[in-house]
Design a protein around this ligand. Structure first.
Ligand code: SAH
Ligand code: SF4
Length: 395
């Protein structure tokens, strides 16, 4: 059995929610049910519970408040009780870098002193936040820099939704208390992609809880159609994602034969292209969503031939899809090179003529190493050995 196929969710300890200092519970990341339990535990009368949960929820997620004293629709004594038992904390931004193209990269410190990266990408009609779900990754995709870093731990739901909250802090886009979620006009942070570090479907529960909080209409209130989860192909969790989260799905496809996909995305040895396509075919109906995004990294001489393009459109026929071609982002020591623009365009043309949208993803924030697969390059600590990567990728 390859390492990629191990039941990783069970292996990885998520840190306890109790904060070490003072033993106060962090309310960020609790679902509505969790918040209800927490407020019940401090003696909130059963009759008031629903209303108190709504009030506290709105302060935290609609108006971005971190201090109980600001919650003016609660009595002074209740605010004091809340402050006695709880904190409202998001991860700390230890470094913020701004690219010449407007991309912002945040280096975010989470409990235990670990660091992950979150990237904000402004575009004309939207602003997308790319968030991380794990510190490192258990998988070893051979073209991905995160794949060279060992998994340190899963992020908690609070650390996942906390990345959205800290970006909204930085963008100064929380509505004034009392105002509605869209009071500030078009959102600066309008979309979320789970495409940062880690495999989100190997941290399913925390990702689900964080996204439920993000979608809740009385808080951050992002529609499920504005959230895209990218997976390398954890087949058994794909249907669950449709049923329990319902967001859009992207898949790191990257190859058109099992032979090549085994080397690029080693999880393919556990769930091959056929198994993956079967799960993806069922997704739109299960989640009542539209197209699946197929991500396809363009690697010179590896997966970028006309024949590959033709095979790709044949494989995905019958699946409502968009194909996102990603020029390979190089990192020090990477075993691949980016395909030429000419090659990428020729590939895109074949896909387009077969009736699929085939946008070429413009690399963003390259000057600050914020592009896909480059995250954590200058801060990482623990690395997988070359031998481990090579053997797991079958190189
Ligand atoms: N683990 C998930 C999500 C994170 S990776 C997944 O694999 O889907 C987000 C996207 O960036 C994936 O499609 C991944 O294959 C791609 N990617 C990783 N390294 C890259 C690189 N060096 N250049 C371009 N794209 C890369
Ligand atoms: Fe992990 Fe995704 Fe990188 Fe593969 S591409 S190593 S699954 S982060």
């Amino acid at each position: 059995m390859t390492k990629a196929s191990a039941p990783i969710t069970q292996d990885v300890a998520t840190i306890p929610r109790k904060l070490p200092e003072g033993g106060k519970t962090n309310l960020v990341g609790l679902t509505r049910d969790g918040l209800t339990d927490a407020l019940r535990a401090i003696g909130t009368p059963e009759k008031q519970l629903r209303m108190r949960v709504n009030q506290v929820w709105q302060w935290i997620y609609q108006w971005g408040v971190r201090d109980f004293d600001t919650m003016t629709n609660l009595s002074k004594s209740y605010r004091a009780e809340l402050a006695e038992a709880f904190v409202i904390e998001v991860p700390e931004v230890v470094k913020r870098e701004l690219s010449t193209d407007g991309t912002r990269k945040y280096l975010v410190r989470i409990a235990g002193g670990h660091e992950v990266e979150t990237v904000y990408i402004p575009e004309e009609d939207r602003g997308t936040l790319c968030i991380s779900s794990q510190v490192g990754c258990t998988l070893t995709c051979s073209f991905c820099h995160t794949g060279t870093q060992k998994l340190v731990r899963n992020l908690t739901a609070g650390e996942i939704v906390g990345q959205i909250m800290l970006a909204r802090d930085d963008l100064e886009e929380w509505p004034e208390p009392g105002q509605g979620s869209d009071a500030n006009g078009p959102r600066l942070l309008s979309n979320v992609v789970l495409m940062g570090m880690g495999e989100p479907l190997y941290n399913f529960d925390a990702v689900r809880d964080a996204m439920k909080i993000t979608m809740d209409g009385e808080g951050i209130s992002l529609s499920r159609r504005r959230i895209t989860l990218s997976t390398s192909g954890v087949v058994p969790e794909i249907a669950r994602c449709a049923e329990e989260i319902g967001c859009l799905m992207a898949v790191s496809f990257h190859a058109t034969t099992d032979e090549v996909r085994n080397t690029l995305v080693p999880i393919n040895r556990k769930w091959n292209i056929d198994a993956l396509l079967a799960a993806l075919k069922a997704y739109p109906k299960l989640s009542n969503s539209e197209r699946i995004t197929f991500e396809y990294v363009m690697l010179d001489g590896v997966n970028d031939s006309d024949e590959d393009a033709r095979r790709l459109v044949k494989l995905i026929s019958g699946i409502p899809a968009k194909i996102n071609l990603i020029p390979f982002n190089e990192w020090p020591g990477a075993p691949y090179q980016r395909s030429s623009w000419q090659r990428i365009e020729a590939f895109a043309d074949i896909v387009y003529k077969a009736g699929y949208a085939s946008p070429i993803r413009t690399p963003r924030g390259e000057d600050i190493m914020a592009a896909c697969g480059q995250l954590k390059s200058d801060t990482e600590r623990e690395r997988k050995s070359r031998a481990q990567i090579a053997s797991e990728a079958g190189l």
